[in-house]
Design a binder for this molecule. Structure first.
Ligand code: FAD
Length: 373
């Protein structure tokens, strides 16, 4: 019998597997599709919440820990897998943010590097920026990571470990319970059904987590929120920093790609990209960088964010169960929060001192929360 069965191989499941396996545990990680091809692939890879001061301290605490950890994670993955996740500190320019005073107060309190910059700074830093932006908030330390490469690096590194078993195209379809214990997990792979036993089961199924648990636990609220993205490709990258305006952003990748994101759509599990979203993203992007009008996007895609109330993930043991845990619901910030979410749950599972106060994320205390996100 394995120590842990982890359901869902997005960024949260992969990083939790890494944490547990590094501590010597035997881990089985399953995914109903390919590893990391859902929200974790679709995301923009900004290693910061957008407008970070608008989030609760629970999000800031996870983000702070994870942002400090990202550089060492990237370096370790390059060494272990030979794949560079291309973590780059591009900085984040928040153009015409209305609540600048509140933002600066938050930055001072949380010891974040943030300053207000004027039009002449903007024209020096970003020559292609549309005219009319008089000021911005500049966070020079914010990085972006090429998340599909991060996923590939994690999968390759985990694949090399003898105490990890990776099973793609394997779906959890039910549980066998005895009193308050999960004694078996029913899995389906193609037409084959099997039952697997593990000492503990962890749900990291992103936007599908509430579905997976619907016959088992209380009203745990995690809903899918669709986000659509566009991709441009340039011989020479036209922007130096991540540019954010009105909730929409442009992300520069090292190799000349530029991502434009993203929409927020409450449409259940429908993931299809739409022409209306494409136009809306283009309109927003042209207002930031007019030269884009002369180019065509090379790709469009979408993903389903796992939205827990206020975007505060559920991390910990599920109420009423001895050996069933969850790490899901990071909403718009799953890539930045993932290293801290995984470590926090690993601390609980392995009996370590928690990296930060686990109480705000405990599922038990939050099952009856309002559903607003
Ligand atoms: C357009 C967009 C832009 C984003 N930009 C950013 C950003 O810039 N920065 C940031 O921090 N975050 C961003 N996010 C959010 C981030 O991508 C997500 O919060 C994060 O990827 C969630 O990771 P996850 O592992 O919980 O979920 P997922 O990556 O969705 O993984 C869940 C996995 O569970 C599997 N699964 C589901 N049900 C089952 C089952 N029954 N059996 C087996 N497997 C199952 C799925 O196949 C999937 O692979 C963005 C998201 C989107 C959509």
């Amino acid at each position: 019998m394995s120590d842990y069965l982890i359901i869902g191989g997005g960024i949260n499941g992969l990083l939790l597997t890494r944490e547990l396996a590094s501590a010597g545990a035997d881990v089985i990680l399953i995914d109903k599709g390919e590893f990391g091809r859902e929200a974790s692939w679709a995301g923009g890879g900004i290693v910061s919440p957008l407008y970070p001061w608008r989030y609760t301290p629970a999000i800031t605490a996870l983000a702070s820990w994870a942002q400090a950890f990202y550089p060492q994670l990237a370096l370790a993955l390059i060494e272990e897998s030979g794949i560079d996740p291309e973590l780059q500190v591009s900085g984040l320019l928040m153009l015409a943010a209305e609540d600048a005073e509140e933002a600066l107060r938050w930055a001072a309190l949380n010891k974040r590097n943030m300053e207000k910059v004027d039009a002449s700074y903007l024209s020096r830093r970003e020559a292609g920026l549309a005219p009319g932006f008089d000021s911005a908030l500049w966070m020079p330390d914010v990085a972006n990571v090429r998340n599909p490469r991060l996923i590939k690096a994690l999968v390759r590194s985990l694949d090399k470990r003898s105490n990890v078993s990776l099973k793609s195209h394997t779906e959890l379809i039910g549980f066998c319970c005895r009193e308050n214990r999960i004694i078996g997990s029913k899995l389906q792979s193609g037409h084959q059904e099997t039952q697997l036993k593990a000492n503990a089961v962890v749900i990291c199924a992103g936007a599908w987590s509430a579905e997976v648990l619907k016959n088992l636990s209380g009203p745990l609220k995690i809903e899918p929120v669709k986000g659509q993205m566009l991709l441009f490709k340039f011989k020479q990258q036209p922007i130096a920093s991540i540019l954010l305006h009105g909730g929409r952003y442009l992300i520069p990748r090292r190799d000349g790609h530029m991502l434009i994101g993203s929409t927020l759509e409450y449409r259940g599990f429908d993931k299809s990209p739409t022409p209306a979203a494409k136009q809306s993203l283009l309109d927003s992007a042209y207002k930031i960088l007019p030269m884009l009008k002369r180019h065509k996007p090379v790709a469009q895609w979408s993903g389903l964010r796992p939205a827990a109330p206020e975007g505060i993930p559920f991390i910990g043991k599920l109420e009423g169960f001895e050996n069933l845990y969850i790490n899901a619901g990071q909403f718009r910030n799953g890539l930045v929060l993932a290293p801290a979410s995984a470590r926090l749950l690993a601390d609980e599972l392995l009996g370590g001192t928690p990296i930060l106060d686990p109480r705000p994320y405990r599922p038990g205390a939050r099952t009856n929360e309002a559903s607003s996100v």
